[in-house]
Design a protein around this ligand. Structure first.
Ligand code: NAP
Length: 495
């Protein structure tokens, strides 16, 4: 789909990068239009203007994609681990070779500053390198039965064709975090990226083809009607697994659908991370940690610090320093030099942030910096610090998904742990303290799948990422990430 320079306000290089992406569906190794040549718009959140249009798959297109995955499954399952390793390593190298264009593409469709987009491409590629190695380590077992009259052979096999659904906030990394282990395990898949950010995934499809991935192993379906296209695939009985990253609300709908054919599921859902600063913390470190935990991706991260609890004796000093650091950030189009904060994903996302801020200030919170959406094009919202946010404010219960840091005072360890756990979510928590005993005691008491101790970022392809409670099921990354795509088969042998 050629880009219209006048309507998009893109520069020449930006147009070349967007034009370089195939905008069709990738099914069975071929790129082709959706049924009826239907398309939908991809919008630049920094201008609100259309960047390009991509294929809008119908339920029938979705079924063709799943049929292609099913057809490719037996031969792909039989490939040598080394072949899968080689494909993943070639794709890893290609992603890094093209990092500039891939990062620019991501910034244009999603809004994050170029430096963050480059960081995401590196992080995303790393999942391929990590899972390439894991493909060579799929293990099994051989054991003598306790009675001595049989042997147990335990083997691992690919789960089978998978459905992969990803969100818009990390358009590349959330994809490679699923595609990497699926390929490593020998699974084929149909992947559906979020409608706001299909271009990164389509670019990745081209890279996987160049890397020598056999036809039909990864099929890409872009569409506007996610439910209509995906539900029949979930219920078809042809897919064996669903791996989803997105909101808890949609995750619950999908879990119910998966029950129909008892699909294996991995669910990476929403978060409501507490960020706790004890009175003995190093405040410089805590402010730097809060900046990382809050401002990565403009706050549009499941791991974002959503409730910042600060001991009452240091909350004023912490608030002043955080407000200074947040107020100094440069907001603008992510492609511009020096910009640290891009736009939010769309008008609905920005309005939600504004509503949550209005609710908190209506309940007595004070604004230390930010708090007013600017006029003009694009969905920008300024870095904002609120203090004295009451625990019953809406933003203490819902994901803010924006650059707003709400500070709430606490008096005791017991009280703050209870407050931190008072949420149905349990993805990640952050704790800042210089007392080792307290650090371990609190880390163990917090109800979350991950804890950052004196650090504001926990994501690492080599670590098991995931949540408990309504934040999800299963883990991605680490040595366990591949297990999500493997079934255990026990073969009993008479002797
Ligand atoms: P979302 O609305 O749940 O959408 C996620 C994906 O699901 C998109 O591809 C979406 O397609 C698709 N989808 C929506 N309704 C569907 C349905 N009925 N059936 C099948 N697919 C459906 O979430 P989002 O707004 O894109 O992403 C933000 C959320 O993701 C936040 O809650 C965040 O915490 C969570 N997240 C979690 C993690 C984690 O690892 N735990 C990581 C990143 C993000 P459309 O785009 O077409 O709607």
């Amino acid at each position: 789909m050629a880009v219209d320079a006048t309507s998009t306000a893109l520069g020449d290089h930006e147009i070349r990068v967007v034009d370089g992406v195939r905008t069709d569906l990738l099914i069975g190794g071929s790129w082709g239009p959706a049924e009826g040549e239907a398309t939908f718009d991809v919008v630049d959140p920094s201008t609100g203007r259309v960047l390009t249009r991509v294929a809008d798959a119908s339920p029938q297109d979705g079924r063709h994609a799943l049929d292609a995955a099913v057809a490719a499954q037996p031969s792909f399952a039989a490939t040598a681990p080394r072949e899968r390793y080689d494909v993943l390593m070639r794709a890893y190298a290609l992603m890094l070779e093209r990092i500039d264009d891939l990062a620019l593409l991501m910034t244009l469709e999603m809004g994050k500053p170029l430096a963050e987009a480059r960081g995401e491409i590196t992080y995303a590629a790393e999942f391929f390198r990590h899972f390439a190695s894991e493909s060579l380590r799929i293990d099994g077992g051989y054991q003598t039965a306790p009675a001595g009259n049989a042997r147990f052979l335990v083997a691992k096999q690919p789960v089978g064709p998978c459905l992969l659904i990803t969100p818009w906030n990390f358009p590349m990394a959330m994809g490679t975090r699923k595609i990497g282990p699926a390929i490593a395990a020998g699974c084929t898949s149909v992947i559906k990226p979020a409608h706001q950010t299909p271009l990164s995934m389509l670019a990745l499809g081209g890279i996987l083809q160049e890397a020598g991935l056999p036809d039909g192993v990864v099929n890409i379906v872009t569409c506007l009607r996610a439910g209509e296209v995906m539900e029949p695939l979930v219920r078809s009985g042809l897919a064996r697994k669903l791996s989803f990253t997105g909101s808890t609300k949609v995750g619950k709908v999908l879990l119910e659908q998966c029950a129909d054919k008892v699909l294996r599921t991995s669910m990476e859902l929403g978060g409501n991370a507490p960020f706790i600063v004890f009175e003995d913390a190093d405040l410089d470190e805590a402010v730097a940690g809060a900046m990382a935990a809050k401002m990565r991706n403009m706050g549009e991260a499941c791991t974002a610090a959503n409730r910042i609890f600060v001991h009452e004796s240091v909350i004023d000093a912490f608030g002043t320093r955080l407000a200074q650091a947040m107020g100094d950030l440069r907001v603008g189009r992510g492609t511009e030099d020096g910009v640290q904060v891009g736009p939010l994903i769309d008008e609905a996302g920005r309005q939600k942030v504004a509503d949550l801020v209005a609710d908190a200030t209506g309940r007595g919170a004070q604004v230390l910096t930010g708090g007013e959406a600017p006029d003009g094009e694009g969905w920008f919202y300024p870095p904002t610090v609120l203090t004295g946010v009451p625990r019953d404010a809406r933003m203490a219960e819902e994901e803010i998904f924006g650059p707003v840091a709400p500070l709430t005072p606490f008096a005791s360890e017991e009280e703050v742990v209870a407050a931190a756990n008072d949420t149905p979510y349990g993805l990640v928590s952050y704790v800042f303290t210089n007392d080792l005993r307290r650090a371990l005691r609190v880390a163990e008491a917090l109800e979350s799948g991950m804890v950052g101790l004196n650090q504001g970022v926990v994501s690492n392809p080599a670590a098991p990422f995931g949540g408990i409670k309504e934040s999800g099921l299963g883990r991605e990354g680490g040595s366990v990430g591949i297990e999500e795509f493997l079934e255990i088969k026990y073969i009993g042998i008479a002797t």
